[in-house]
Design a protein around this ligand. Structure first.
Ligand SMILES: [Fe+2]
Length: 194
């Protein structure tokens, strides 16, 4: 017999709005020629944890602090920012039902991890201080390859097709890992739900 007490608690948590907004976690299919985001030049490596270490201490404290074994060497990403002269933000926005503010693509080499975090939307909140609930679409740019993983809350996302992804707000904890043999490519589209 199911534990109705626990199930009820889960249901209430899922239905409780934070700041009058419900947590946003929506699967999407991005019907767009994404090959340009894979075939382009990428800048030099940077680490994704530079800001996380200072900004997400509430998450890290639950685990006794940010693990010291995460270093620049195993949190490397190559992130390229796209501007409105290169791609049509309105077209991308209409496909994702979003008002698009920033677009970037990330190349994550094998052996690299983006540790457990939430997106903080630093730039969006600075530019739009009065708008509620910024969101980010994470779109996978190639069909799934061995060792490529995304986790969001308790769900592990694998075996995707190019164009598959999710839209999340700042309440959805997630990570990305490349324990595989080839680069992993993703698109990040940040903005607001229409
Ligand atoms: Fe993220």
């Amino acid at each position: 017999m199911p534990n109705t007490k626990v199930n009820l608690k889960v249901l209430i948590q899922q239905a409780t709005p934070i700041n009058n907004f419900y947590m946003y976690n929506q699967k999407v299919k991005f019907d767009y020629d994404v090959s340009k985001f894979v075939d382009c030049e990428y800048p030099n490596a940077s680490s994704c944890v530079k800001h996380q270490i200072h900004e997400l201490t509430d998450i890290h404290d639950q685990y006794g602090g940010f693990p010291k074994t995460y270093t620049l060497e195993n949190t490397t990403i190559h992130q390229r920012w796209w501007n409105k002269n290169e791609i049509d933000f309105d077209e991308i926005g209409s496909l994702l039902n979003m008002q698009v503010v920033t677009v970037s693509s990330i190349k994550q080499p094998p052996g690299q991890v983006v540790p457990w975090h939430r997106d903080t939307f630093f730039l969006l909140k600075k530019e739009f201080p009065n708008r509620q609930q910024p969101v980010r679409a994470l779109i996978m740019l190639e069909d799934w390859k061995v060792g490529h993983f995304i986790q969001h809350d308790n769900a592990v996302f694998t075996h995707w097709s190019a164009g598959d992804g999710y839209i999340w707000d700042e309440d959805i904890l997630h990570l990305g890992a490349n324990a595989g043999m080839e680069h992993k490519y993703t698109l990040q589209v940040s903005g607001f739900i229409n």
